[in-house]
Design a binder for this molecule. Structure first.
Ligand SMILES: *Cc1c(COP(=O)(O)O)cnc(C)c1O
Length: 451
């Protein structure tokens, strides 16, 4: 009888409130109606009382939530440079401009301007990739997982593909080498053991059904201790001698040597090609620092087979990818340019004293609850596993706020700031915070601490 839920207003009554009616000036009616329904439902669940802030404000807040895009820019304060959950590589200015240029109108994506006839998108970026790497040919696909699927299908379908047991890896997101192999139509032949595989293991596994020898770079973990693996060069040699193809899944597309900055152990694309394998596969948005893409480089014959494979159509790249990738690759013509312009390379090679200087500015901007401490950043994205980059962290010591609660407040801000918790403190790593984001991070932290 006196159930307050019965006394909740009807949708029309809430819509007639002046504050709610005013929302219709800026938002579609369907959106406002949905926000009203959601707000009434919410009130019903909360015991049937009027929202404490009033109907107008509650509906207004819900409208804001519904109207906001779900994909948002965030500030990466984690210090993980290639953070897969945060969109991997931020793009260089030239790449962003190229995407914008292509987005607004038509383009020659599949049109040969010289002949005035249909062209192929597979010609895009090809010459630049050949110029930068010395490969005979190249093709760009949607991502490295797709590129691998295409290469396995083109080079090993209906035959056997030999892989070391130490390289049957999971890349993440349910992407495992044995599964992708099965989908490609190739039969997996495992050789060696988890820790040790020898050249003779490959040699004795080759039969007349063998079409491919696959080498997978262990990009996201390390094997130490009593170990042995066979180099890509030796694998390519066995394949050539036995009339099979060879493929090297490199993971990251390192186009420039980063060992002067303490980052070594990850093969460069040039080194992978120099091993003599028929094809190399890698990502566009890992160490290369470009858009999501999967790049296959190799011999004319191997790449032609990949281009012809029906799966290449299913995982083709879109025009924005080609635009951004071409602009990013062009920056590699000059070593100094790529370090300055490609955010991933800039962050990985930034001088630690410069990071310290930016950390000090952030610490001052936050105030007495912040402290500058030494720490380590990570490369991330399945590249240089185990590599530690010296950095300076701003550690936060709030009076009455648990680290999880503070991290949650930072995530809830606009823009969201994604921090890391280390030794029971929220820490911010200036390495992955863009210089022009520093002030808004300081403001976001102060707001979170004062709330
Ligand atoms: C990351 C990675 C892939 C997958 O690359 P995506 O671009 O994410 O599809 C494949 N193989 C290896 C070895 C990797 O490290």
């Amino acid at each position: 009888m006196s159930d307050p839920r019965r006394r909740l207003p009807a949708v029309d009554a809430v819509l007639a409130e002046p504050d709610v009616t005013a929302l219709l000036a800026a938002h579609p009616r369907s959106l406002v109606v949905r926000a009203v329904r959601d707000t009434i439902d919410h009130a019903r669940v909360n015991g049937g009382t009027t929202p404490p802030e009033g109907w107008g404000a509650a509906v207004g807040a819900r409208v804001q939530q519904l109207a906001a895009p779900s994909l948002l820019p965030v500030i990466n304060a984690t210090g993980v440079v290639l953070h897969t959950n945060l969109g991997r590589a931020p793009l260089a200015r030239a790449a962003r401009e190229a995407m914008t240029r292509i987005a607004a109108g038509y383009s020659n994506l599949e049109y040969d301007l010289a002949r005035g006839a249909r062209g192929s998108r597979h010609a895009l970026c090809r010459d630049l990739l050949v110029e930068l790497t010395g490969a005979e040919d190249a093709i760009v696909l949607n991502n490295a997982a797709g590129a691998l699927l295409v290469a396995l299908s083109a080079l090993a379908r209906d035959g056997e593909a030999i892989v070391s047991r130490g390289e049957l890896v999971e890349i993440g997101g349910a992407f495992r080498i044995p599964d992708i192999m099965a989908r490609s139509g190739a039969t997996l032949v495992e050789v060696g053991t988890t820790n040790r595989t020898h050249l003779t293991d490959y040699e004795s596994a080759v039969t007349e059904r063998t079409r491919l020898l696959l080498k997978v770079h262990r990009s996201n973990f390390q094997v130490t201790g009593f170990t042995a693996e066979v180099s890509a060069q030796e694998i390519a040699g066995v394949a050539r001698a036995r009339g099979a193809a060879s493929l090297y899944d490199l993971g990251s597309g390192l186009l420039t040597d980063l060992s002067p900055w303490g980052l070594s152990g990850e093969p460069t694309v040039a080194e992978a090609l120099a091993s003599g394998v028929d094809a190399v596969a890698f990502s566009g948005d890992k160490l290369l620092g470009g858009p999501q893409a999967g790049i296959l480089l190799g011999t004319r014959e191997a790449i032609a087979a990949c281009r012809k494979d029906p799966l290449a159509r299913a995982v083709r790249s879109d025009k924005f990818t080609f635009a951004a990738l071409e602009a990013t690759l062009a920056l590699y013509r000059e070593p100094e340019t790529n370090r300055r312009e490609i955010p991933v390379i800039r962050m990985l090679t930034e001088d630690v004293t410069e990071i310290r200087r930016r950390g000090e500015a952030l610490q001052k901007g936050v105030g007495k609850e912040a402290e500058l401490i030494e720490g380590e950043s990570e490369v991330g994205g399945g590249s240089f596993p185990g590599a530690k980059l010296k950095t300076w962290l701003v550690a936060l010591h709030p009076q009455h706020l648990a680290p999880n609660a503070l991290a949650e407040r930072l995530r809830g801000g606009a823009p969201p700031v994604i921090a890391r918790i280390a030794d029971d403190h929220v820490v911010l790593d200036p390495r992955t915070i863009f210089p022009d984001e520093m002030e808004s991070v300081a403001r976001a932290v102060r707001t979170a601490l004062d709330a």
